[in-house]
Each structure stands twice: as structure tokens, then as C-alpha cells.
Design a protein around this ligand. Structure first.
Ligand SMILES: Cc1cc2nc3c(=O)[nH]c(=O)nc-3n(C[C@H](O)[C@H](O)[C@H](O)COP(=O)(O)OP(=O)(O)OC[C@H]3O[C@@H](n4cnc5c(N)ncnc54)[C@H](O)[C@@H]3O)c2cc1C
Length: 452
């Protein structure tokens, strides 16, 4: 079957790979000149099957209110006027509030763990089949706490994860320092932690570009530098996709011709931009950008740097070693599609990451800012966030139009499995996991799925 995948981030490329595995004829379209140049570019690098709690929980509304006027707050809601795109933000915010209770939290955790476990096996299969190297570290993820009150809740979260089959355990400070000795200097400030040995880390950008290369070797076509402008419909089905070469691809011309691509199936995997694109054909999904930041620092003392990937509870950022660099990333800002790094707010958030690394791992990385002669590598990306944290994987009401988007904070963790599951659905197979696929009625593993 001819399938066109829109978007060459981790989700689109993984979908393409699994479609090729099932013998389909695949074309991937992306506006960038290579794969993984938007949100999949410089994330926190964690394959965090066990650290998958949604942002929406019973305390989130109060915390968001408390943090509203703090530039370096972990979660920052920046209200826009409730018209046009601003209305999407308000609607998303209200739906998010609807998820801030214990019942919804547990239901969402169950779905995220199911997808995470499925995805972890799928990632191992792809790595086994391709041999791709991407600074992978199979050293687990540790979460450290500096406040007793927060640490007191760690046991409940770990128990919830264990209920769904994920082995996260609570560890004392001494155990934590034995697991990751690089934390020794910061040890006196740590009150305890949790640890999951089976989690991993690795560079999503390196992995995705290498997988795109393997897809091309297997015959997939990549149409880079092309904007997807919309769709033509015929009745209730997709007729074609309208794409246009960017000026850089069209010899600098701004009036490159619109091309119309046809396929039996079209997959929208455009991250945060999936929502406005799908709305043009009446498919209205609550996917909204959650801006996050990362900083990648050169290691000055590689021997003193961590191998275990970590989560810092106080500032809600994640740290992962990528070869001779350390990536630190985090915070979420719900305020539209702005990607600037030079506003006072963006600068405050980037500085916070650098400051925190210096506190936790003093002297280990070159955290100097530009004004002090350093060359920090700051980056920002838009997480395609849903109110539940659960992505939309499945079939839209428009015949032939499929979606794989809304992976929020966990797109790298869930990438391989989401791609595999959607390729299975398109091929008429049933993914073997308990997950609510968009547009399908059943979620029990091994049961027949019926379109709704
Ligand atoms: C700071 C930060 C830290 C994170 N840390 C982690 C982590 O540790 N672990 C984890 O699992 N996840 C993490 N994530 C989340 C993860 O990075 C995302 O969920 C994931 O990258 C989303 O992948 P995607 O393919 O859906 O989107 P993208 O990577 O954004 O890909 C979408 C593609 O669609 C293309 N596109 C969009 N619109 C159009 C159009 N109109 N025409 C043509 N092309 C178009 C874009 O060019 C892009 O290449 C983090 C995210 C951030 C921001």
C-alpha cells in the first residue's frame, strides 16, 4: 500500500520504519532539510518507561497558580486572550484541569506504562535489527529529592508504578550515591530517591536521523524542505495532500508550485503542528505546544560525570550523559508556538538549567554563559502535549487519514512503540497492548479492534 507520512521527527520516522517492515511503499514529507530537527532534536534523552507520570495530577493546579509569576517555574501557564489560537490554549487548559484528580491520574498512568513497555521492546527490536548507535546508556534512571515533603510521596508513586508492572524502588541517600557516585558532592542536600534499573538514555536526534537513513536504504522516499499546506478531500476520504517546496529547495523562489501527493493512507506525525493541520479537515484534537528548554554542556571532568540518567525533583529537570557531553532539560511553558530563546523569560529558564548543574555537579561541565566566555548550547522545543499526556494513535474520522501525535513529554520513550502500533493498525494487525487507540473500540491485548 502507498503510505505518506507527514513529519520526520522520532514519531514519523519510526512509523515509516515499521510500515517498511510490513512491505508498504513509504514517502516521508518534512519541512526541514533532515530528520529530527524540531522537537526530537535535543530533548532530555531519557527512555523513561517508569517515570511517566502525567503533568495533570491533583496538586498541579495549585502549583501552576503558585508558579505563575516565577520566570524559572517548572510549569508556567501564560494565558493568552481566549480568541483564535488563544481559545485552543484555554480549551486545552480546561481539559487539563479535568484530568487533575486521582482517578484520571491512575487511568492515564496505566495507559502510559502500557505504551512505554510496548515501546521499550520495540526500541530494542529496532536497535537489534539496525545496530544504530546513539550514545545509548542502559544504566537506569534515578530520581533524587532535596525536600522531605516531596520525598514522602515518592513511595506512593513507586507503588503505583509497581502495580502496573514497572519496578521502581525507593532508595536511601546512601544507596543512591552507590548507584551514582557522581552525586557525591551534592549528597548532603539529598534526602532520598527512587531508581529503576531497566530505564535507559540515548540521543533521540542521532537515533532518528540514523533510522531515517536506514528507511531510505530500504526504499522510503524523503521529501525534505517541503511544507504540508493542507489536504483535498473527496466525500469523507482524503484525496490528496498539498505540499510546497520551501524557497531554499526551490532555488530561492517563493512561488514554488503546489504539488498534490496521493496515497491509500496518510499519517499525520507533525508533533505540535498536527492539531492545526488536522483542524483543516475537521479533526479537532487537543494537542497544544508545551515549550521546554535544554542545555548541552561539554564535560570538563568526564570521570566525575554521571552515567545514570537522573531527574532533579526540585527544579523538575532531567540530566543525561551523551558521550562527552551532559544534556540537562526540562520545564514546561504553556503559551503558544513561540520558539524564541532570546527573551528575558527564555534566558531566565536557560540560566536556571546552567545554575542547577553547577550546584549538583560542581565543576564537572563547562556551564559558563556566553558573557563569561562559554559556549553553552541552549535549545528549545515544543512538546506536543495532550491534557492526559496520552498520544493519539489511530484512525481519524476522515477515511485514509491516520494520526500519530501528541506524545508530550514522552515522545522519545514512546516513539518506537507508537510507530510500530500505528503501522500494525494500518496493516490490519492488532497491537499486543492494552491501549485506547484513537478511532477504535477495543483496548484489550490480543482482542479484535473495531473501528468506531
Ligand atoms: C525539553 C524537552 C525534553 C524532553 N525530554 C524527553 C525525554 O527525556 N524523553 C522522552 O521520551 N521525551 C522527551 N521529550 C519529548 C519528545 O522530545 C517529543 O515528544 C518528541 O520529540 C515528539 O516527536 P514528534 O515526532 O511527534 O515531533 P517532532 O520531532 O517535532 O517532529 C514533527 C516533524 O513534523 C514536521 N512538520 C510539522 N509541521 C509540518 C508541516 N506543516 N509541513 C511539513 N513538516 C511539518 C517538523 O518539521 C518536524 O520534523 C522532551 C521534549 C522537550 C521539549
Amino acid at each position: 500500500m502507498k503510505v505518506v507520512v507527514l513529519g520526520a521527527g522520532i514519531i514519523g520516522v519510526s512509523t515509516a520504519w515499521h510500515l517498511l517492515e510490513r512491505g508498504h511503499d513509504v514517502t516521508v514529507v518534512d519541512r526541514q532539510l533532515d530528520a529530527a530537527l524540531e522537537t526530537s532534536f535535543a530533548n532530555a534523552a531519557q527512555i523513561s518507561v517508569s517515570y511517566c507520570e502525567p503533568w495533570a495530577n491533583r496538586d498541579a493546579p495549585w502549583k501552576a497558580l503558585k508558579w505563575m509569576f516565577r520566570d524559572d517555574a517548572p510549569l508556567l501557564f501564560r494565558p493568552q486572550l481566549p480568541f483564535g489560537e488563544g481559545w485552543q490554549q484555554w480549551r486545552w487548559g480546561l481539559q487539563f484541569l479535568g484530568q487533575c484528580n486521582d482517578r484520571a491520574f491512575e487511568r492515564n498512568v496505566q495507559q502510559l506504562v502500557a505504551l512505554g513497555a510496548y515501546s521499550h521492546s520495540a526500541l530494542k527490536e529496532v536497535v537489534g535489527a539496525t545496530g544504530i548507535e546513539y550514545h545509548r546508556l542502559e544504566r537506569g534512571i534515578a530520581h533524587y529529592y532535596t525536600e522531605q515533603k516531596s520525598f514522602d510521596t515518592a513511595a506512593d508513586a513507586a507503588a503505583l508504578m509497581r502495580k502496573y508492572g514497572v519496578e521502581r524502588r525507593v532508595v536511601s541517600t546512601a544507596e543512591l550515591l552507590a548507584i551514582e557516585p557522581a552525586l557525591r558532592a551534592f549528597g548532603p542536600q539529598i534526602v532520598g530517591g527512587t531508581y529503576t534499573a531497566s530505564d535507559e538514555s540515548g540521543d533521540a536526534h542521532v537515533f532518528t536521523q540514523a533510522l531515517a537513513g536506514r528507511c531510505a536504504e530500504r526504499g522510503a522516499q524523503f521529501l525534505y524542505g517541503h511544507d504540508v499546506e493542507g489536504f483535498e478531500k473527496s466525500g469523507d476520504a482524503i484525496e490528496s495532500i498539498a505540499v510546497r517546496a520551501r524557497p531554499s529547495m526551490a532555488g530561492g523562489l517563493n512561488d514554488a508550485k503546489l504539488r498534490h501527493l496521493k496515497a491509500a493512507a496518510v499519517v499525520v506525525a507533525c508533533g505540535s503542528y498536527s492539531a492545526p493541520l488536522l483542524r483543516t479537515v475537521g479533526v479537532d484534537l487537543p494537542i497544544y505546544p508545551g515549550k521546554g528548554y535544554s542545555a548541552t554542556f561539554k564535560l570538563l571532568k568526564p570521570d566525575a560525570a554521571p552515567y545514570v540518567s537522573m531527574i532533579d525533583d526540585q527544579v523538575k529537570c532531567a540530566l543525561s550523559r551523551l558521550g562527552d557531553h551532559l544534556r540537562v532539560a526540562g520545564t514546561i511553558e504553556v503559551g503558544g508556538y513561540d520558539l524564541s530563546l532570546d527573551t528575558p523569560l527564555a534566558k531566565a529558564r536557560c540560566r536556571m538549567l546552567a545554575r542547577r548543574i553547577e550546584e549538583v555537579l560542581p565543576g564537572v561541565c563547562d556551564t559558563r554563559l556566553e558573557e563569561d566566555g562559554g559556549t553553552p548550547n541552549f535549545w528549545t522545543g515544543l512538546r506536543p502535549a495532550t491534557p492526559t499526556n496520552i498520544p493519539y494513535i489511530g484512525q481519524t474520522p476522515v477515511r485514509g487519514l491516520w494520526v500519530n501525535a501528541g506524545h508530550g513529554t514522552l515522545g522519545w520513550t514512546h516513539g518506537a512503540g507508537s510507530g510500530k502500533a500505528l503501522a500494525e493498525l494500518i496493516s490490519g494487525e492488532v497491537p499486543n497492548m492494552a491501549f485506547g487507540f484513537y478511532g477504535f473500540a477495543h483496548r484489550a491485548p490480543g482482542r479484535r479492534l473495531s473501528p468506531i
